[in-house]
Write a protein that binds this ligand. Structure first.
Ligand SMILES: Cc1ncc(C[n+]2csc(CCOP(=O)(O)OP(=O)(O)O)c2C)c(N)n1
Ligand code: SF4
Length: 299
């Protein structure tokens, strides 16, 4: 983006400064932009995850909206229940959001999420993806990427299975909207939340959210890492409408996955052979995404 161009994002904050996240954490950034788009009439459901700590204890809460803390596996079902309660009161003017980590979404909360998606419940589900169970000490989740170190994939025994494709799983439920986003692209994130706020039914967000202690990265590198994730196509930005219409945003610059790996120590055990293998997986996935969106590899 041209540095002289102003971001088209409102200055109003529904988020207090002085929250409890570590320095450089992506998770508060995700929620800050989300709140700017959704506005004050929002109820947020938070299961066990870093965000249940970032929020802080009442009355010193980070968010200026109502928050319901719930059990780890119940983010979607709690949000669905709140939606039903609002419906019986005739209140259709409130967004109900489930905000969960990847462990609470890809793993333990998947059953509740799938149920809500199959019913097409009128909720917004946001997964901030830091690619591991961070709140309990950096354990591997099914969102942890191939090749990453975690405390349960130590040393050279890095994770040897690919990341679960959560957007494809959600798209298979034929929900009205599923999208990826990144803290490195705030305007894109804001616009996607705005778009989702005008729709009904289950809207799903999968947002790339760096975690310096978990990724063994510098606290001031988080946005750069997120940008590199998109440039290297490890984390493409795209939307899926009704489970079948794909729109892919091609990155403004292209880099090899090795550049992305080099700024985080969690990938330091990878050999050149491993990196070449991952590059091949990433290229193949990118080509299949382009095919789904009907675009060509050329710019
Ligand atoms: C049923 C259940 N199992 C385990 C826990 C312990 N627990 C609390 S937070 C958490 C990790 C959450 O990971 P994730 O959803 O990825 O969010 P993050 O911590 O990375 O923000 C775990 C395992 C729990 N609260 N409930
Ligand atoms: S452990 Fe990671 S995800 Fe959790 S608050 Fe710290 S930086 Fe954020």
């Amino acid at each position: 983006m041209d540095r002289t161009e102003r971001l088209n994002i409102p200055e109003t904050e529904l988020f207090h400064p002085g929250h409890y996240a570590c320095q450089g954490c992506g998770a508060p950034i995700v929620t800050r932009y989300m709140m700017k788009a959704l506005g004050k009439k929002t109820i947020i459901v938070i299961p066990a995850c870093c965000w249940s700590v970032i929020q802080g204890p009442y009355p010193y809460s980070t968010l200026k909206v109502s928050v319901v803390h719930t059990a780890f596996e119940t983010a979607a079902s709690t949000a669905s229940g709140i939606r039903s309660a609002l419906k019986t009161q005739g209140r259709n003017d409130i967004h109900v959001v489930a905000l969960a980590g990847d462990g609470g979404t890809f793993d333990i909360g998947l059953q509740a999420l799938s149920g809500a998606a199959e019913r097409n419940d009128n909720i917004i589900y946001v997964c901030y993806d830091n690619e591991a169970y961070m709140n309990t000490g950096i354990q591997r989740s099914s969102s942890t990427p191939f090749g990453a170190w975690t405390t349960t994939t130590p040393g050279s025994h890095y994770k040897d299975r690919p990341k679960k494709d959560i957007i494809q799983i959600m798209a298979a439920h034929r929900i009205p909207y599923a999208a990826t986003g990144s803290v490195a692209y705030p305007e894109d994130l804001y616009k996607k939340f705005k778009k989702a706020s005008t729709m009904t039914g289950l809207r799903f967000f999968h947002i790339f959210s760096p975690c310096p202690p978990g990724w063994k990265s510098a606290t001031d590198d988080s946005i750069k890492i997120a940008r590199y994730a998109t440039w290297s196509k490890i984390y493409p930005l795209y939307e899926v409408f009704d489970g079948e219409r794909f729109i892919v945003t091609k990155p403004e610059k292209e880099i090899p996955v090795s550049d992305y790996f080099s700024i985080q120590k969690r990938f330091s055990n990878l050999s050149e052979h491993d990196t070449a293998f991952i590059q091949q997986m990433v290229d193949e996935r990118w080509m299949s995404l382009l095919k789904l969106s009907g675009s060509s590899p050329e710019k």
